[in-house]
Design a protein around this ligand. Structure first.
Ligand SMILES: Nc1ncnc2c1ncn2[C@@H]1O[C@H](COP(=O)(O)OP(=O)(O)OP(=O)(O)O)[C@@H](O)[C@H]1O
Ligand SMILES: [Mg+2]
Length: 637
């Protein structure tokens, strides 16, 4: 090892290997992270990211290899490493009996953060996490995403030289994620190095460099821009109204791997000029109208899918077990009337009304703490409403709770499996709870193991499974008894892009069988795939409609602006203009939202207002724009 080069690097890893029994989780890994860099660690579930990060922190001992963090040899100088790093683990711990503020203070004490810095940083963190109003609430009473943000705030209260964050933003809403990245960039300004693992590809895009891991190895490591150049085939986009059917046809009948991206389908082709026309003909022959198709510039999602899928082994698929959806037909499957839920003086759900037709995929969106999980828990009969009424699968939740329980499947936001049982034992357990036996149970078990990609892992302890596998197993357990109504509370939290695609395939298959699904998600590309969206904020249902309707209904115009750096400064100046209602950063671009105007906003217009901009384009709002519009709009009132 060339120790002379050490000081340029915050992290230096050589031939790092970690074996758990027969499994090699990290396999001869080499990594160099420069000082002052935001370095992203990406990879499918089980690729070895968490194991790597834990070894860097000195939590796990490697089987072999060398690691230096901030010049300290991790194995030889563990105390040095501990003082140099800040770490947030995937399975964070909070003191549930203490309030938000007490948790942060406690961590600051532990880390010896000086009083003056502490106050400033604490207020900054409470602001980013939008938890300022809840500083005195006990951690136990926070929503899932709020807990995550609190854990993150605890990790960020002291300023280490190397910050290691293991999926800090899963379960965190889009607005807070944007805010968090602003904080990370401030850290970089102060010379801190950040290593972050994330399943969000828009975050990968914001890293200086990223390493793509697969089966314990780094298969590519470079800047996002250079990685995009490594994609051998061309990225193409197809637009169609029948996005889910088209996807299935493409994959199953035309053997073309595809990916959903917002309201478009993306695919990789060798010769798009030729292939696209053939694919269009194939789709039309199957009754699927194609609105448009074209070649596109690749995104990090494309990098992920293309580099990982190329190496992915094709596994044979078992037959789909068809659902014989019991009894019910037509009409609404879920109906909610004036639902209110109060915790003491606090109203978590405020007079919510909606109906969901049978077979619909209904997306419940909203920032952390909006009340989504609370609504789901009420509908599942896990907590009674303070007032109001609801029907699920035709049964009143208050007068017919047992029938309701029989007709639903529920996948809770916090992991609902038994960690100390194996995969097989969990499936057996849930099968028995639902009264399945003998051949029937075995058939369903096989089916779940197959679609979750857990073949060969039946004997693994559930606690040892990587995040995405756990989630798929949990979904499997929730649908083993073939319920008519399915509640999925953030089923894809922490799940990688390829596995999320498979997840949504399953959701759509279930929908075609007539199963009604209420799903929550913080991924906006998933929101785009819901038939109907209910957007909640502060306990209120603030918008309801199809993704298309929600975009159409906005009484504002959207523009994308490119400005010379620093972008943050341009964004601030734009925000000061009278007709600009909101500005949001998207990577190096700025989205602004203006009141509807007769004349389109032009470059001259902005230059005349004294703002240096290079480009301005009127854009169609994305789901993220819709989300931010409603959430900020509601807050202003
Ligand atoms: N037992 C409780 N006591 C007091 N407040 C509670 C309790 N349970 C939930 N809350 C509060 O109710 C609000 C809504 O929480 P909920 O879990 O429904 O949010 P959510 O929309 O699911 O958020 P997330 O996206 O973070 O999962 C939050 O402000 C939360 O702190
Ligand atoms: Mg929730």
């Amino acid at each position: 090892m060339e120790l002379t080069g050490l000081k340029d690097y915050a992290v230096l890893v050589e031939s790092l290997t970690k074996k758990f029994g027969r499994v090699t989780a990290v396999d001869d890994l080499n990594l160099k992270v420069k000082r002052g860099e935001i370095f992203g660690l990406l990879g499918s579930d089980g690729a070895g990211k968490t194991t790597t990060l834990q070894m860097l922190c000195g939590i796990l001992a490697p089987s072999s290899g060398l690691m230096f963090v901030d010049n300290f040899n991790v194995e030889v100088e563990p105390d040095g490493v501990r003082s140099a790093i800040g770490y947030m683990s995937q399975d964070f711990t909070l003191y549930l009996d203490m309030t938000v503020e007490e948790n942060i203070d406690f961590m600051a004490d532990l880390r010896g953060v000086p009083e003056a810095d502490r106050q400033r940083q604490k207020e900054r963190l409470l602001l980013f996490s939008r938890m300022e109003p809840f500083r005195h609430r006990r951690a136990a009473e926070l929503s899932g995403g709020m807990k995550k943000k609190l854990a993150l705030s605890c990790a960020l209260i002291h300023l280490p030289s190397v910050l290691i964050l293991d999926e800090p933003t899963t379960a965190v809403d889009p607005l807070s994620r944007t805010e968090l990245w602003k904080i990370l960039y401030e850290f970089i300004d102060q010379g801190i190095t950040v290593i972050i693992s994330t399943p969000y590809m828009d975050e990968a895009e914001r890293c200086h460099r990223v390493a793509l891991m697969q089966e314990g190895k780094v298969i590519a490591c470079d800047t996002p821009a250079n990685l995009k150049k490594q994609i051998k085939r061309k990225v193409c986009t197809i637009k169609t109204d029948m996005i889910n059917r088209a996807c299935r046809v493409l994959r199953d009948e035309l053997s073309t791997p595809v990916q959903i991206y917002g309201d478009c389908i993306r695919l990789f082709l060798d010769t798009p000029e030729k292939d696209l026309a053939i694919i269009e003909a194939g789709l039309i022959a199957r009754g699927i109208m194609v609105e448009d198709y074209f070649e596109t510039t690749p995104t990090m999602d494309d990098v992920f899918v293309s580099l990982l899928q190329e190496q992915d082994k094709q596994r044979p698929k078992k037959d789909w077990v068809p659902f014989a959806c019991p009894g019910e037909s037509g009409g609404s499957s879920i109906a909610v009337f004036s639902l209110i839920k109060k915790f003491g003086n606090f109203t978590a759900v405020n007079d919510v009304n909606f109906e969901v037709a049978r077979g619909t995929v209904f997306g419940l969106l909203g920032p952390n703490g909006a009340g989504k999980t609370t609504v789901i828990k009420i509908l599942c009969g896990l907590t009674p409403p303070t007032s109001g009424r609801a029907e699920v699968g035709g049964f009143d939740i208050a007068t017919n709770p047992r029938q309701v329980k029989k007709s639903i499947g529920y996948m809770s936001q916090l992991f609902s499996l038994y960690p100390d049982l194996t995969v097989g034992q969990n499936l057996d357990f849930y099968g028995s709870v639902y009264g399945l036996g003998g051949k029937e149970k075995r058939k369903k078990k096989d089916w779940v193991v197959d679609f979750a990609g857990l073949q060969g892992k039946e004997k693994y302890l559930t606690s040892e499974l990587a995040g995405g596998w756990k989630q798929k197993l949990a979904l499997g357990c929730a649908i083993m008894h073939q319920p008519a109504v399915l509640f999925l509370d953030e089923p894809t939290s922490g799940v990688d892009p390829i596995a999320r695609l498979e997840f949504w395939d399953i959701i759509y298959r279930l929908s075609e069988e007539g199963i009604t699904t209420i799903v929550t998600t913080h991924f906006m590309d998933e929101a785009e795939r819901c038939n109907i969206i209910g957007l909640m904020n502060g306990g209120n249902l603030v918008a309801l409609g199809t993704p298309h309707q929600l975009k159409q209904d906005l009484a504002v115009d959207f523009y994308e602006i490119e400005a010379p750096p620093p972008v943050l400064e341009s964004s601030r100046r734009l925000a000061e203009l009278a007709f600009v209602r909101q500005t949001t950063l998207f990577g190096d671009k700025i989205h602004i939202l203006t009141d509807k105007q007769d004349n389109e906003l032009s470059l001259e217009h902005l230059l005349a207002a004294g703002i240096m901009v290079e480009k301005i384009n009127r854009i169609q709002p994305s789901m993220e724009d819709v989300f931010i519009y409603h959430v900020l709009d509601d807050r202003e009132q």
